[in-house]
Design a protein around this ligand. Structure first.
Ligand SMILES: CC(C)(COP(=O)(O)OP(=O)(O)OC[C@H]1O[C@@H](n2cnc3c(N)ncnc32)[C@H](O)[C@@H]1OP(=O)(O)O)[C@@H](O)C(=O)NCCC(=O)NCCS
Length: 118
């Protein structure tokens, strides 16, 4: 049974602007492992990756019904990819019972999260 759904869309230009200013923005959004993956990417792919993770984390917080805040911070959420590219969600290190999907176009990244009852 579905427990929650969340959706988020972000503009790549906004994320690129925040990311170019300093390391601070990405360090606030990405876990250590995600930062390592980000570091292996080049140019525009970095922006897509950061924007996609940002959107997925906001979507997850909406699916939980908390939004981003004390209870559910960006760094509490991790989205790792399986070897075939499929993204998988972790919250406070635990595998989440649910699904996440991420997409990018030339201008935006978007993500949808569906949580199911354990
Ligand atoms: C809900 C959240 C995750 C995203 O909100 P946002 O990006 O400002 O706005 P969005 O347009 O993506 O989403 C707004 C919608 O989220 C929904 N929403 C708000 N609180 C919610 C909650 N607790 N649970 C589920 N959905 C929620 C509402 O439907 C809202 O639309 P409405 O006001 O018209 O009803 C919010 O917790 C947030 O912005 N947190 C701060 C994130 C932050 O620190 N960003 C830093 C950027 S530098």
């Amino acid at each position: 049974m579905i427990q929650g759904i969340g959706l988020d869309v972000v503009e790549l230009e906004r994320i690129a602007h925040l990311d170019q200013r300093s390391n601070k923005f990405r360090e606030r959004i990405l876990s250590v492992t995600e930062l390592q993956i980000y570091g292996t990417l080049s140019g525009h792919r970095k922006t897509e990756y950061l924007a996609g993770r940002f959107a997925a984390k906001e979507a997850f917080s909406k699916a939980r019904g908390t939004g981003i805040g004390k209870e559910c911070g960006f760094l509490d959420i991790e989205i790792l990819s399986e070897s075939n590219g499929r993204p998988v969600l972790y919250f406070k290190k635990d595998l989440v019972n649910g699904f996440v999907s991420i997409t990018h176009t030339r201008t935006v990244a978007a993500a949808q999260v569906i949580l199911v009852e354990s």
